[in-house]
Design a protein around this ligand. Structure first.
Ligand code: ZN
Length: 247
């Protein structure tokens, strides 16, 4: 393949631009915010599950309390009815009177037991409520952490993308003047050779693979016409001769 020396040198400019674009893409992929966001999102998800569980527990405890309070109310009203009957003097049979007094006694004991249950449930409800409040605050904090990390990532994206946009415009201006067959070869080599398709010959070395050429190889390169597209024997990249190449 042949190409004007100036076009071959433009290929080095294009290579520098493409390497810059690769660097920007790499920076975009490896922002520390990606790991931060993953961690914050995992924390947020875990906290959300804990909040849901704590709220469910609080709901259960609240229903338990309502039920226990109803139990107390029933006993209280039954005691009141019994007391009314005692006070009314309608019960005259000593046996009935004794039974009723006995029931009043057991209801008082039952009421006291049920009130203890109510207190115990209220304590549990209070700690349940505290847990819901604490977890809610932690969830809110984790939401802020997550959205702050996302905002930092998006700001970094915007900066990188704006840089890349400028570089891409430069690329278009350079690429448009390079002959199509040379550009095609460069593109293929770039894909095969880890992003570098064209390298300068400098101080007897291929700057793509850093191999140093023997004098005989160098002489062979020197013997090539200026518009020949030379390839590195070692890496296969397009080897561009410039004024500093010494050949
Ligand atoms: Zn090479």
């Amino acid at each position: 393949m042949n190409a004007a020396p100036a076009d071959q040198i433009r290929l080095l400019d294009l290579q520098a631009i493409d390497s810059r674009l690769d660097q920007l893409a790499h920076r975009r992929r490896s922002l520390p915010e990606h790991a931060e966001i993953d961690k914050a999102a995992a924390d947020h998800g875990a906290l959300k599950s804990l909040v849901v569980a704590a709220e469910a527990q609080l709901g259960d405890t609240t229903r338990e309390l309502t039920k226990a309070e109803q139990d107390v109310e029933q006993v209280v009203s039954r005691s009141a009815r019994n007391q009314q009957r005692l006070d009314s003097g309608a019960i005259t049979s000593p046996k009935d009177l004794e039974n009723l007094q006995h029931e009043v006694g057991s209801l008082a004991k039952r009421q006291s037991d049920l009130e203890d249950v109510v207190l115990e449930i209220m304590e549990r409800m209070e700690s349940s409520q505290t847990r819901v409040t604490e977890l809610g605050a932690r969830l809110e904090h984790s939401t802020v952490t997550l959205s702050e990390a996302e905002a930092r990532r998006d700001a970094a994206f915007a900066e990188i993308d704006a840089d890349a946009e400028k570089v891409r415009r430069d690329r278009e201006a350079v690429a448009v003047v390079i002959p199509a067959d040379l550009l095609k070869l460069y593109t293929r080599l770039r894909e095969q050779q880890g992003g570098v398709g064209a390298a300068r010959l400098y101080q007897r070395r291929c700057e793509g693979c850093r191999v140093e050429f023997a004098v005989s190889d160098l002489n062979a390169i020197k013997a090539e016409p200026k518009d020949a597209v030379v390839r590195c024997d070692n890496c296969g990249r397009i080897l561009v001769r410039t004024a500093e190449s010494g050949v």
